[in-house]
Design a protein around this ligand. Structure first.
Ligand SMILES: C[S@@+](CC[C@H](N)C(=O)[O-])C[C@H]1O[C@@H](n2cnc3c(N)ncnc32)[C@H](O)[C@@H]1O
Length: 232
């Protein structure tokens, strides 16, 4: 799979994107237009990279779910309220988009994802609960299933917890950044398999505050050695 050449979405996906703008599905209570949709450039990016038959998973539900369904992916959406999935299914039926291969899973991702065995995934989108550590939790359980070269989208990186996840992934050479959007970011996975590991395998991730503390410790130790030498 390559995202270097932006692909033109299939006509059905293009039509779905237009319909989402003109007549948004009523998914999230309190959302100004009925849905807290991912930004247009994020939906367009999904439309670019998705290919029929891809195995995909997102946390959250709404406009992005429509794009996955219209792109004919074997998709799983994990989201909080049953009615969100029902609203997307109704909207898709009204717009001739097949959702029979979409697995709608209502429930907190903290409960649903650990019990889910999605198998290999080509694309994962993290856009569920945005409180710490949910983006990290969603990434840990879902992105572990991404194949080598698979795509990870993290939405709402203007918020603290998604931003922290972005910062970690940018430091990790096993995630190659492929697109920075308006308030989202996409990475290509380099490698595959479980994300279980100790901090010692993550030496690339050294927040500045910790680096400064390590330097201070080294400086204090050096001064101590010098004092002992002078004193002795
Ligand atoms: C910003 S909306 C997702 C928008 C969607 N990507 C779109 O393009 O329309 C956030 C979603 O997170 C889901 N959510 C909130 N808390 C969650 C949790 N603990 N587990 C799973 N999903 C959760 C909500 O159900 C909601 O669908």
């Amino acid at each position: 799979m390559s995202t270097s050449q932006p692909a033109t979405p299939a006509p059905a996906v293009h039509a779905a994107l237009e319909a989402l703008g003109a007549d948004p599905p009523q998914v999230h209570e309190g959302a100004p237009h009925g849905v807290w949709a991912a930004a247009q450039d994020c939906l367009e990016f999904l439309a670019e990279v998705l290919v029929p038959g891809m195995r995909t998973l997102e946390t959250g539900c709404g406009a992005s779910t429509v794009v996955f369904a219209a792109s004919e992916c074997r998709h799983t959406a994990v989201f909080l309220e049953v009615h969100e999935g029902e609203a997307v299914q109704r909207w898709c039926a009204q717009h001739d988009i097949d959702t029979t291969v979409v697995d709608f899973r209502a429930g907190s991702s903290s409960q649903v994802l650990p019990a889910l065995a999605p198998g290999d995934l080509d694309v994962v989108m993290v856009d569920g609960c945005h409180g710490f550590p949910f983006p990290q939790l969603d990434w840990y359980y879902a992105a572990a299933n991404l194949v080598d070269g698979g795509i990870l989208v993290v939405d709402d990186t203007q918020l603290p917890a998604p931003y922290e996840l972005r910062r970690y992934l940018e430091a990790d050479p096993r995630w190659s950044r492929v697109r920075v959007g308006s308030q989202w970011v996409a990475f290509r996975r380099v490698g595959s398999g479980s994300l279980d590991e100790e901090w010692t395998s993550q030496q690339f991730f050294q927040p500045t505050a910790l680096r400064v503390k390590a330097l201070e410790r080294k400086a204090r130790a050096a001064v101590g050695r010098l004092r002992r030498r002078i004193g002795g």
